[in-house]
Design a protein around this ligand. Structure first.
Ligand code: SF4
Length: 482
């Protein structure tokens, strides 16, 4: 019997997608949209996504097609028309670049002000490639993990994929990370994120992770890796040349006494219908690592509660842990993808009601907003007033966590900063306590956190949404060597 050769990773971009056999199956209008919109938003896919995940009998409505292929409605009609004219008219590169940049800047490319905020300093020097957003967790963006096996059209990190270098994180070595962590004994978690860190080969990843196992960093209990490879390229854990080495690395981390948590980004049930994707989950959890499932709720892609229920149920059966359903946020083609909070709650509740208690580890729909992670618990009528019941799952001020609060029901609201307090109040309780729903912060820092050096600024109410999206709200960062 002949054993088929393991699949080799082959990406496609705007320049090369015409070589994919599936390109011929797109109508001229869909082909044009890819060529035009991908001037603005990043586009990358691969053979596995094209061959296994997209149902080509159902384009353009297929959820994975929507997830990776640019669509003309992702741009405002005027912008699309202008861009189309330049692309099809072979305009001067400078004219095209100027228009592309203008459109990108309209799309709120950096919603959380992450390039300039939350970046910790050591000896007065900013540590590029690190974010210290709240006390316990440091985010690390290795330079070698700044792409993904395919790009999601809704991704909040899209600017880093399109060469807006001034909006790009990266860290070239882990020495700075380890040095910084030694000065931060309160930090228990490191989240390695990207892009997708698992685009790196195992040797490169190992060079970043090994220093975290040193005895001086015993306070680092949890090493998290944000990744979409579990869905876009599960071969990474099964048949890639160094897949076994990767699993050995996971085992070593676990043997060193750390909790290794893969924060697996899943968007749709189809991503776990493939045998290789299921093998990937089993191999990951077989190392002693945990795999948590998270992803945003996105219009056109995963509005069907049955898809969420199937995804969580399959994940649980394989050993993964349903974790978060996020609310989509205001960057990139946000108008195209956003859903009202009321609808998001309905979808979450319907899906939640379909699964057993083992899958009800999932939380949502959750907004990673400025004051914290706020979950929509429900819509109720109290004293004749229809309201949203909300609570913090995580907050800048720990006293706010799990304290119910209420907002006037608004069927159109899509985010916390569009909500108004219920029952005639003019502020939410956390605003009286110095917090803000919109990113302004007037609170004095709590004792012990007075030496604040970075805060997320006004207007940066929305935080991460992609693979490394579970880091929580912004928190003051105390200077280490100041
Ligand atoms: S959401 Fe995650 S996998 Fe998708 S493009 Fe963004 S970083 Fe990459």
């Amino acid at each position: 019997m002949t054993v088929p050769a393991p699949a080799k990773f082959k990406p496609y971009t705007r320049q090369t997608i015409t070589e994919a056999r599936q390109w011929q199956w797109l109508t001229p209008e869909l082909q044009e949209a890819v060529q035009v919109v991908s001037q603005v938003l990043p586009f990358r896919t691969n053979d596995y996504v094209l061959d296994q995940l997209i149902d080509w009998n159902n384009i353009p409505d297929d959820p994975i097609y929507r997830l990776v292929f640019p669509h003309r409605d992702m741009l405002a009609p005027d912008d699309y028309a202008q861009l189309r004219a330049l692309v099809l008219g072979n305009a001067r590169p400078e004219a095209l670049a100027a228009l592309v940049r203008r459109i990108r800047l309209q799309m709120n490319p950096h919603p959380a002000g992450q390039m300039t905020h939350n970046v910790p300093h050591m000896d007065g020097v900013p540590l590029r490639g690190l974010q210290h957003k709240y006390q316990e967790t440091v985010l690390f963006f290795p330079s070698a993990g700044q792409t993904c096996h395919a790009y999601c059209t809704f991704c909040f990190r899209w600017p880093q994929f399109v060469g807006m270098d001034d909006l790009k994180f990266d860290a070239r070595a882990s020495t700075e990370l380890a040095a910084y962590l030694k000065t931060q004994p309160q930090v228990t978690d490191v989240l390695i994120t990207g892009g997708d860190p698992l685009v790196m080969n195992t040797r490169s990843l190992e060079a970043y992770i090994e220093p975290l196992l040193a005895p001086e960093l015993a306070h680092i209990q949890n090493i998290r890796i944000g990744t979409k490879s579990v869905a876009y390229w599960p071969q990474r854990f099964v048949t890639d040349r160094d897949a076994d080495d990767l699993l050995c690395l996971f085992e070593r981390v676990v043997a060193a006494g750390k909790n290794l948590a893969l924060m697996g980004h899943y968007n749709h049930a189809v991503e776990l219908r493939q045998e290789i994707a299921r093998q990937a989950v089993k191999r990951i959890v077989g190392t002693g690592a945990t795999l948590r499932m998270q992803g945003p709720l996105i219009r056109h892609i995963n509005e069907d509660p049955k898809s969420w229920a199937e995804l969580w149920q399959t994940g649980v059966r394989l050993g993964a842990i349903p974790y978060y359903m996020f609310v989509e946020r205001d960057t990139g083609p946000h108008d195209y993808f956003q859903l009202p909070l009321a609808r998001a709650h309905e979808i979450f509740q319907a899906a939640y009601q379909m699964v057993s208690g083992l899958a009800r580890t999932v939380r949502g729909p959750s907004m990673s907003a400025f004051p914290g992670k706020v979950v929509v618990d429900g819509v109720v009528t109290i004293g004749g007033e229809k309201v949203f019941a909300l609570q913090f799952l995580q907050a800048r001020n720990p006293d706010w966590v799990r304290r119910p609060f209420y907002a006037r029901f608004d069927p159109h609201a899509t985010w916390l900063d569009e909500l108004q307090p219920a029952f005639g109040a003019d502020r939410f309780f956390f605003e009286e306590d110095g917090g803000s729903r919109s990113g302004h912060d007037h609170a004095p820092a709590p004792a012990g956190e007075r030496k604040v050096i970075q805060l997320v600024p006004a207007g940066s109410a929305r935080a991460a949404n992609g693979c490394g999206a579970s880091a929580g709200p912004a928190m003051p960062v105390t200077p280490s060597a100041a």
